[in-house]
Design a protein around this ligand. Structure first.
Ligand code: NAD
Ligand code: IPM
Ligand code: MN
Length: 359
């Protein structure tokens, strides 16, 4: 029997609360499937560690993670540590050093979930976000701190290789879906980076004549997400634009409690990392009311990436059936149920699905 070795980094705030439910559900799936098992190794890295040791992860942290089949990540961020420190010492180094240059974020309306735009049930698209360069290049600096002459610069880096590899992934994904690609740009104002981004993608489009490509300035695209979300299939965006668009996409389909995400190294030279779109949600942390669906659905993406398609499909069906029934709802979805209630409901639904399939 295969054993998938997973590094678990629950992190801060609601991270440990939602990851706990995710692992319980994934353990149940493995037992029912019978074809594979999990070996979870927990890493307590995060802001608590930082306050004790001055580090978000040990100096050899990336080396420790490198040999795992995948990383299951909760969220990072606590008010005791500046956000740019916590993210740049934990999550962003993992994405960059492990060349997780694809950030895949489904935006899919689940039946039964009441979003602000619940008019249409056929919202089903995927945002491919370039995940290692662009506006998150980590190049910059400042001068004359705290004087009237103070200045800072923060540089965006766009490389032909970086754009091409993200775009190729998006084109190929579109070929397996409805063959439509919407590219987020801002070539009117960002007059060096974005015309280049557009040009590289237009050239690449020649290799994918069956995919219909459209470009929209990201400001207009934000409005289209709200006005006609059902028209999108695959959306390709740079790092920062993709970050903003995916919180918006989450809101369009019911909120951050139901938005999964995968940071993928397509070459599999390094482990990929699976984490919900949301953060540590300090406003609800410790109350036991965070919605674990985003993290459980992220588990579906992890199963798919590990080659466990049948288990992934069954877990997705379980999520769909719980959402559709509407009998268990956390406060973000308008109910009063807890994180654990929601996790339990998904586990029960998984058992029902395996029972019915006769496995
Ligand atoms: P956030 O995603 O943590 O929270 C935004 C809002 O969504 C809050 O009202 C929160 O209660 C709600 N929310 C988020 N997840 C939810 C869930 N599962 N169930 C119900 N409600 C949920 O974003 P923020 O407030 O901008 O950031 C808080 C901290 O998290 C910051 O330190 C930030 O840097 C960090 N952050 C980390 C990640 C990550 O680790 N991947 C992602 C985003 C933000
Ligand atoms: C996300 C988060 C991160 C990002 C932060 C924590 C650096 O907002 O995963 O969407 O901006 O990528
Ligand atoms: Mn974000």
């Amino acid at each position: 029997m295969k054993t998938h070795r997973i590094a678990v980094i629950p992190g801060d705030g609601i991270g440990p609360e939602v990851i706990r439910e995710g692992i319980k559900v994934l353990d149940e799936v493995a037992v029912l499937d019978g074809g594979f098992g999990w070996e979870w190794e927990h890493f307590s890295w995060g802001c608590d560690d930082y306050n004790k040791t001055g580090r978000m992860m040990p100096s050899d942290g990336l080396e420790q993670l490198r040999g795992f089949d995948a990383i299951y990540f909760g969220a990072v961020g606590d008010k005791s540590v500046p956000d740019h420190v916590s993210v740049w010492e934990l999550i962003l180094p993992i994405r960059r050093q492990f060349q997780q240059y694809i950030n895949l974020r489904p935006v899919k309306k689940l039946p039964g979930v009441q979003g602000p735009l619940s008019r249409s049930d056929d919202i089903d698209f995927v945002v491919i976000r370039e995940n290692t360069e662009g506006e998150y290049a980590n190049i910059g600096g400042g001068l004359n701190e705290a004087t009237s002459e103070e200045l800072v610069v923060q540089t965006n880096i766009f490389t032909r290789r970086g754009i091409e590899r993200a775009a190729r992934y998006a084109f190929k994904l579109a070929q397996t879906r409805r063959k439509r690609l919407m590219v987020a740009t801002k070539s009117n104002a960002m007059n060096y980076s974005m015309p280049f981004w557009d040009r590289v993608i237009r050239q690449l489009a020649l290799d994918y004549p069956d995919v219909q490509v459209e470009f929209a300035h990201v400001d207009a695209l934000a409005a289209y997400f709200v006005l006609r979300p059902h028209t999108f299939d695959v959306v390709l965006a740079s790092n920062l634009f993709g970050d903003i668009l995916t919180d918006l996409g989450a809101a369009v389909v019911g909120g951050l409690g139901v938005a999964p995400s995968a940071n993928i190294n397509p070459e599999r030279n390094f482990p990929s990392m699976f984490e919900p779109v949301h953060g540590s949600a300090p406003d609800i942390a410790g109350k036991g009311i965070a919605n674990p669906i985003a993290t459980i659905w992220t588990g579906v993406l992890m199963l798919e990436s590990l080659g466990e398609q049948s288990a992934a499909d069954k877990l997705m069906s379980a999520i769909l059936s719980v959402m559709k029934s509407g009998t268990v709802l956390t406060p973000d979805l308008g109910g009063t149920d807890s994180t654990v209630d929601m996790g339990d409901a998904v586990r029960k639904a998984v058992r029902d699905i395996y029972d019915r399939s006769g496995v």
